[in-house]
Design a binder for this molecule. Structure first.
Ligand code: PGA
Length: 253
């Protein structure tokens, strides 16, 4: 069985003291874990966090630009991330897509840049409530996956982690049921099988995100196909995060 992935997405929250305090608490309580734990923090905190965090937790960035350097005011390059030993990045979060107008083509460029530089991306996909109501979930997500994976070679694709995050479940308190999330993730796996092969589709990690918390995480992580979770709001409290990271999840559904 694969190790489960518990990834915190802090979004634009915390100040420096709060961020460092979080790491101290995690260091103190997370000594050995079966799950893989990540914290995706605002880039201004990355240096402070990577210096202090213990070896059980990986620190990642919430975004990066696909060019190495140049006249791109406000952006952060993969070269900058690597120079701080940051090797994980979120790409195509729905907030990046919807608030900052990132397109599927931008997402693809970032993925290609990341994997060419040994930076492992978590790539977010997910449908809006409108698409869901029109029964377009599978079609919409299939297209997002196809566009994200354009020119990604078979030997690199397993470095990508996908996160299925239905927009209607992000920050709303409404979670997809574990059956619903598992079914969509199965569909994503099938799509990847169609684009690559059986081995890739089985090995690739696919997470669920959207109002995950201490209460619903067990049901989500004991399904057949959900390899982990991307947690926003509920990951901001260190005790909640520590509990999610330390729990053991066994397949039941
Ligand atoms: P949420 O956010 O857990 O607060 O719904 C998840 C995400 O956007 O990654």
């Amino acid at each position: 069985m694969k190790n489960k992935i518990i990834a915190a997405n802090w979004k634009m929250n915390k100040d420096r003291d709060e961020a460092i305090d979080f790491i101290f608490k995690v260091n103190e309580k997370v000594k050995s874990v079966k799950n893989q734990a990540f914290i995706f923090a605002p880039s201004i905190f990355l240096r402070d966090l990577i210096k202090r965090v213990n070896s059980h937790i990986k620190i990642g960035a919430q975004n990066m630009y696909h060019e190495e350097k140049g006249a791109y005011t406000g952006e952060i390059s993969y070269k900058m991330l690597k120079s701080y030993n940051i090797f994980h990045v979120l790409i195509g979060h729905s907030e990046r897509r919807n608030i900052f107008n990132e397109t599927d083509a931008d997402v693809n460029k970032k993925i290609l840049a990341a994997i060419s530089q040994e930076i492992k991306p978590i790539v977010c996909v997910g449908e809006s409530l409108e698409e869901r109501k029109k029964n377009l979930t599978n079609k919409f997500i299939s297209e997002q996956i196809e566009k994200a994976l354009l020119d990604v070679s078979v030997d690199k694709v397993e470095e990508i982690i996908f996160a299925y995050e239905p927009l209607w479940a992000i920050g709303t308190g409404v979670t997809a049921s574990h059956e619903e999330a598992n079914n969509t993730i199965k569909m994503i796996r099938n799509k990847i099988r169609e684009l690559y092969n059986d081995k890739v589709s089985e090995n690739i990690n696919i997470l669920y995100g959207g109002s995950v918390n201490n209460k619903n995480i067990d049901n989500l992580l004991t399904t057949s196909d959900i390899d982990g979770v991307l947690v926003g709001g509920a990951s901001l409290d260190p005790e909640n995060f520590i509990e999610m990271v330390k729990r053991e999840y066994k397949k039941r559904h």
